[in-house]
Write a protein that binds this ligand. Structure first.
Ligand code: NAP
Length: 336
């Protein structure tokens, strides 16, 4: 049994060796900080080592090298490597998005299979975007339908950019699970948008819309937003490490996704902004073009629920968006 946090008596936990390939980004930094504060030995694998309270070790994400020693005898591997999807899906960017996820996962599979003492558990990033555009019912791991070329209205099919994201997610999970690692338990993190009160996070994008009076609904506002507070993301990761019954894909999302119109309304309320101008879909498309990003984040309906986590008794600190929004706004204001 892997224990990360002490029980009520405060005993029974030994420091773990935890390796985070791609742990230098938004999610990885928050996780590394938390795990390090708990007394664990954290190593981040990065293409550009930097000074941090934890160890950062060079890897290129493509070839085996000295960095493989960090995984020998480690307890946990959490792979978060992937070129940001916050860009236009040009041919070059598509190749980078794809290769940085599927390539690093295949490389880790090869390396971990060859270790004398491989990590006992490996969590690999995946995404809640793997499910279809959905308005009608929640998607859990057992009954959810994976997306790809689905109809999104009577006249329209999912845009090709959405299909690309879904194909990346499917191939990413296939690269992860297809190679057997009998001594290493594997969990794919089908994460919703992880919201943190830090610059550069998706929360800042939504908050800026509110602050500049553009915080009305995006598109028709009926599309669902799946989200998770960063504190619950970290707690869910710990839960998945500790609970050995988990293997395979797991939805890491708050249990109450909500329509975009209500999501923006709650954020406006948390910020104290009574009104917000709505942004119709064509304006979003134009805005995304000039911001060199894609409109998928705002317009695809993600109604993902954490079936397996809830079934196993995981309790969310922030199950509902209004309270999460208030907490994130409070932290944002304290930071400012
Ligand atoms: N944040 C979310 O809301 C969310 C939701 C669902 C899924 N995810 C997935 O979770 C993972 C982590 O998310 P994040 O927000 O922390 O991402 P992030 O801030 O973009 O960080 C990802 C890290 O991947 C590394 N990387 C980029 N290109 C690479 C390449 N070609 N080869 C090897 N490593 C590369 C970078 O590390 P170095 O430059 O230091 O090497 C970077 O710090 C990503 O795979 C993302 O798709 C995130």
């Amino acid at each position: 049994m892997i224990k990360l946090t002490p029980g009520p008596s405060g005993v029974g936990v030994r420091p773990l060796r935890i390796v985070l390939p791609g742990g230098s980004g938004q999610v990885g930094q928050a996780l590394a900080r938390r795990l390090q504060q708990q007394g664990h030995h954290v190593t981040v694998l990065t293409r550009a080592p930097y000074t941090a309270p934890w160890l950062t070790v060079h890897w290129d994400g493509e070839t085996a090298g000295d960095w493989t020693e960090t995984l020998e005898g480690a307890d946990v591997c959490i792979n978060l490597a992937g070129r940001s999807v916050n860009c236009r899906y040009t041919a070059d960017n598509r190749a980078a998005i794809y290769d940085s996820r599927i390539g690093t996962t295949r490389l880790l599979n090869r390396v971990i299979a060859g270790l004398a003492a491989p990590p006992r558990v490996w969590l690999n990033a995946s995404t809640a975007t793997i499910y279809r555009h959905v308005l009608d019912r929640p998607m859990d791991e057992a009954t959810g339908e994976l997306g790809g070329y689905e109809a999104i209205s009577k006249r329209r099919h999912a845009p090709e950019t959405w299909n690309f994201s879904i194909q990346v997610a499917k191939d990413w999970e296939a690269a992860f699970f297809d190679a057997p690692t009998p001594r290493t338990r594997k969990v794919a993190l089908r994460s919703a948008i992880t919201l943190s009160p830090t610059p550069g996070n998706a929360f800042e994008v939504f908050l800026n819309l509110v602050r500049f009076s553009l915080g009305g609904a995006q598109g028709n506002g009926r599309q669902f937003v799946s989200w998770i507070h960063e504190a619950d993301f970290a707690r869910a990761v710990e839960f998945l490490i500790e609970h050995e019954e988990f293997e395979g894909p797991v939805n890491v999302a708050a249990p109450n996704p909500l329509p975009n119109r209500e999501f923006m309304e709650a954020l406006r309320e948390a910020w104290g902004m009574p009104n917000g101008i709505p942004i119709p879909w064509f304006a979003l498309e134009i805005g995304a073009f000039f911001l060199r990003t894609e409109s998928e984040l705002a317009l695809k309906s993600r109604r993902v629920v954490p079936g397996r986590l809830l079934e196993a008794g995981f309790e969310f600190e922030f199950p509902c968006w209004p309270e999460a929004a208030e907490d994130l706004v409070r932290q944002w204001r304290n930071r400012e």
